[in-house]
Design a protein around this ligand. Structure first.
Ligand SMILES: N#Cc1c(-c2ccc3ccn(Cc4ccccn4)c3c2)n[nH]c1N
Length: 252
């Protein structure tokens, strides 16, 4: 029993990539229900207005709480085992693999994820305040990282892909989830190679052609530790956010 994901946005076309590749196939195979909704369908004026000027002044526009409230009330599924409202924002908590795994467990247990994709200068703060006060809804404000995007749609695409690939049956070979970056022992991925064995004067490391699986395992771990120490020492010293190991796809 899998849950569902709903996305509210003024740019539904931005979510078209969810019809492609593994996520698109999972939807067609009935492994995951994803609904994309146009926020303007919950407006009541002829111009289908979703924004207004900010109280206190300042540049840009703010998205109206009344339109968002009507839309979220319309999309939230009352009889779902759980409801998680995900609000992408530059001020959010950093997205991590641990959160992806947490959300995948909720969806695999039949829960609903609702993404509120803002634009302009963001969504009126009372929207997250209101739903945070609801006992039947969990609100998570999330950020992809310390750079500024124009809206929340890209973040929704990233989080949905990170979650969907953990659901049973979505990835053809579940083993590939075991040795992932931020997976096995929280290290970065080792370098990978395929044919031809020599390309533009560059040869595949001999150990990978040796057939000695013990040596290959050791070599790969050494390369992963080397890369992690060089590029992401925080993953080794544990100074950064804890990375949950992806031991296996979440159980249904
Ligand atoms: N996740 C994430 C994000 C976002 C993000 C998410 C949602 C919105 C809705 C509007 N804007 C534009 C905007 C610009 C400036 C100040 C406020 N808002 C968003 C940006 N930026 N960077 C991330 N890692």
């Amino acid at each position: 029993m899998s849950g569902r994901i709903d996305v509210l946005t003024i740019f539904p076309g931005y979510l078209a990539p969810l019809e492609l590749s593994l996520v698109g196939k999972a939807r067609r195979d009935g492994l995951l229900d994803i609904g994309v909704h146009d926020l303007r369908d919950w407006t009541s004026d002829r111009h289908r207005t979703v924004d207004d000027t900010p109280f206190g002044g300042g540049a840009g526009m703010v998205m109206r709480p009344d339109v968002w409230g009507d839309a979220l009330d319309g999309v939230l599924v009352a009889d779902s085992p759980s409801r998680t409202l995900l609000v992408p924002t530059p001020a959010g908590a950093r997205m991590t693999q641990a959160l992806a795994e947490e959300l995948a467990l909720l969806v695999s247990a039949g829960g609903q994820l609702v993404f509120a994709c803002g634009r302009y200068e963001g969504i009126d703060a009372r929207v997250t305040e209101h739903y945070s006060g609801r006992e039947d809804v969990t609100v998570r404000e999330i950020s992809l990282g310390d750079y500024v995007l124009n809206g929340g749609e890209v973040a929704a695409l990233v989080v949905i892909e990170a979650v969907a690939r953990l659901l049973p049956g979505v990835i053809g070979n579940p083993e590939s989830l075991v040795e992932e970056s931020h997976g096995a022992a929280g290290l970065l991925e080792y370098p990978v190679y395929t044919k031809p064995p020599s390309w533009r004067g560059l040869d595949v490391p001999d150990v990978l052609l040796s057939g000695d699986h013990g040596r290959i395992r050791s070599w790969r771990r050494a390369r992963a530790v080397e890369r992690t120490a060089l590029r992401r020492p925080d993953l080794i010293t544990g100074q950064g956010s804890p990375q949950i190991r992806l031991a296996r796809p979440v159980d249904a």
